[in-house]
Design a protein around this ligand. Structure first.
Ligand code: PAF
Length: 281
């Protein structure tokens, strides 16, 4: 597997593939790769001839008090993991390559509507950073297919909307959330947890399953949200939200609506913020 750090190097490789009529897939990541990421590489591999992974800890999607500085950067390990998982090319750009005029002076791609709620309400500017960097990556790599994990469900919806609204010729493919044996969604941020927090973190998935159960028993979605928030607080979390929304547009459901809903949780455990979701059908 080759690694390139700049746009000309990337374009040269992709142009070579294109000249042979090969299709290209992109798996954008912030590195510190785990089995969840590698399952996205495998999914991309099943759809296209050549797979590019990007590793870039994107400064514009972190708020001023978030974990940009301590976000784990493990490029050599990521490189060997990607090579083992049959990735063809790693694109690992610097901030200067991604933001030639500086991150604070970048053109901004902003997706309205979907970004004002849930993560967007608790992390102002986060989705502008995500959609901007993903749009730049799409322009640089020019993939046919891009694969994103479903753990960041709202991110997936925002990227789908951006891609369609801007007419970008990229098919967005969603990979399933990979979980540890006890249900915790795999995430690079899990390593911030102490061993005691790690045990308690399983309550997020357990709470989502309880939300699904309570909704199936006929409880109103607002009551289910309230019960979930209470359960998380009793387990020692500071929840940002435990929400039931329409899976398609993240709008609040109507009374009695049961089809096509998703449960979404974001909660802090000590200094670690975890998110997860579960389809509620
Ligand atoms: O999900 C992530 O890792 C990031 O938000 C992404 C999509 C790579 C953009 O920086």
């Amino acid at each position: 597997m080759q690694t390139v750090h700049d746009a000309p190097g990337l374009r040269a490789v992709v142009r070579g593939w294109r000249s042979q009529g090969l299709t290209v897939g992109l798996v954008p990541t912030m590195g510190n790769l785990h089995a969840g990421h590698f399952s996205l590489i495998k999914l991309a591999r099943s759809r296209v001839d050549r797979v590019v992974a990007s590793v870039f800890v994107n400064p514009t999607q972190f708020g001023p008090n978030e974990d940009f500085d301590r976000y784990p950067r493990t490029l050599p390990k990521d490189q060997s993991g990607l090579a083992e998982h049959d990735c063809d090319l790693l694109f690992a750009p610097s901030v200067e390559v991604m933001y030639p005029y500086g991150a604070e002076h970048s053109v901004c791609v902003s997706v309205p509507q979907l970004t004002g709620v849930l993560e967007g309400a608790h992390r102002p500017g986060h989705f502008d950073g995500v959609s901007t960097v993903v749009c730049k990556l799409f322009n640089l790599v020019q993939p046919d297919v891009a694969v994103f994990g479903s753990k960041d469900y709202q991110q997936l919806k925002v990227i789908e909307r951006m891609t369609r609204d801007l007419g970008l010729p990229v098919s967005i493919v969603a990979g399933q959330t990979r979980r540890e044996d006890d249900g915790l969604a795999m995430s690079s941020r899990n390593q911030y947890l102490s061993s005691e927090e790690r045990e308690r973190a399983t309550q997020i998935h357990a709470t989502l399953k309880q939300m699904r159960q309570l909704l199936a028993e006929g409880h109103a979605w607002q009551a289910v949200e309230k019960a979930a928030l209470g359960r998380l607080e009793r387990a020692g979390f500071v929840p940002d939200y435990a929400a039931i929304r329409r899976a398609g547009d993240l709008a609040e459901p109507q009374t009695g609506e049961r089809e096509g809903l998703i449960g979404l949780i974001a909660a802090r455990l000590g200094s670690t913020r975890l998110i997860d979701n579960l389809p509620l059908d």
